[in-house]
Design a protein around this ligand. Sequence first.
Ligand SMILES: C[S@@+](CC[C@H](N)C(=O)[O-])C[C@H]1O[C@@H](n2cnc3c(N)ncnc32)[C@H](O)[C@@H]1O
Length: 266
Amino acid sequence: MSPESPQNNIPLGRPTPARMYDEALHGKDHYEIDRVANTTLYEGIGESSVRGTALENRRFLGRAVKHLAHECGIRQFLDIGSGLPTMRNTHQIAQEANPDAKVVYVDYDPIVAVHGRALLAGNGTRIVTADMREPDTILEHPDTLSLIDFNEPVAVLFVAVFHFITAAEDPARIVQAFRDRSAPGSYVTISHLTSDGPPEEERLAWVKAFEGATSPLVFRTEKEIGALFDGYELVEPGLVRPYTWYPDEEGSPETSALFGGVGRKV
Ligand SMILES: C[S@@+](CC[C@H](N)C(=O)[O-])C[C@H]1O[C@@H](n2cnc3c(N)ncnc32)[C@H](O)[C@@H]1O
């Protein structure tokens, strides 16, 4: 293993959002420290509520990618904060619509590349280990540029990731950097934990569970989440509870913890 191997950079002493989310979705790629952090949350607000929120979000991601690939003709995806490979990953859904669809997975947690390489790499996909707080490291990355043609429409996915970005880190600046590079006809997809829904004690329990993690958790209002779509026109049905966004036969847990939507670049 070389000193730069992603394995060597995996934070073992702290829970990480990618591994906690994996645990909540009943995945296998997390550690005891992540289970412990989630357990405090389960004890605080109920296991089914937390796991339901994770699954509602994941199913929204799947339906958004399907819609973008089938209805909007999108053939290239930048999946930012992609998380560990799990059920129905972006390229599997996109390539059902178009076998030539290209997907670049980006995550700042090195475990995503370690566990994802076998499942996610190849087949018109790349995995980039980079931090979205430095958008140019993603936009200029050779692996990004080897698959994504920014002269053609691209869908940028920020699904359940902006709640790990603080106000001081300026989320709007991050969306704008990707929007500026995107061709006309491009899309953005965002989902986000919201303070317009869950009672305060639930939000505090979520925040506390992430206190020792590699990123803190930030809840935003519906208005603040809507503002992230600046420069995009929300497609129907707008910014909504994700379980109501083009629901399908698979069904979805119904929570008031999230808002999600898809916008088209104007
Ligand atoms: C809750 S998971 C969501 C995974 C996937 N997008 C989904 O919705 O199913 C959040 C992911 O965002 C990643 N993440 C958090 N902050 C990030 C940052 N600054 N840059 C890149 N990825 C980040 C985490 O490592 C984690 O994998």
